[in-house]
Design a protein around this ligand. Structure first.
Ligand SMILES: [Zn+2]
Length: 162
């Protein structure tokens, strides 16, 4: 079985297959550092605790694809003011959030952190199973590609009417 079952996370048998993380990698590699499997692409990083990951870990590279300070900031973010962030019916969300919704749409919370004094804010989405996704807002939300219809203009990428 390779299906991610977040609803059983509290029962300790939730897991996430490496193949579900691969699309989040910009360079095609998954990395292991800080007790997490890490997939990074431009403006986004997905972090999964090693203990919830299933798959061939020998294919995972030792190391961190982004500056460790950024990973530390995402992992240690307390997100005190985090809000529930449903990925159900994710119209208007970017490709990464649609992929995240395919893993699990429920129980996410989201908040913003500042990565550095000069860097902008990034969004951190956190799931009770320990999965975290951090990204800049241009990654989170669809840059609509408009298809002009007779009655409605729709986005070719996310399907939302705009
Ligand atoms: Zn769109």
């Amino acid at each position: 079985m390779d299906k991610f079952r977040p609803r059983n996370a509290t029962q300790g048998d939730a897991f996430l297959h490496l193949s579900a993380m691969a699309p989040f990698s910009g360079d095609g590699n998954l990395y292991r550092a800080f007790g997490h499997v890490i997939a990074a692409s431009h403006g986004a990083v997905l972090l999964a605790p090693v203990q919830i990951v299933k798959g061939d870990l020998t294919a995972v590279l030792d190391g961190c694809p982004v500056p460790w300070e950024e990973v530390d900031a995402v992992l240690s973010a307390e997100l005190d003011d985090a809000m529930p962030f449903s990925l159900d019916g994710a119209a208007g969300y970017g490709e990464a959030l649609r992929r995240l919704a395919a893993i699990t749409p429920d129980k996410w919370v989201a908040g913003q952190i500042a990565l550095s004094p000069i860097g902008g804010a990034v969004w951190v989405l956190r799931h009770p199973c320990g999965l975290r996704f951090a990204a800049t807002s241009d990654v989170l939300f669809c840059d609509h590609e408009i298809d002009r219809g007779m009655f409605f203009d729709t986005c070719l990428k996310c399907g939302v009417e705009v």
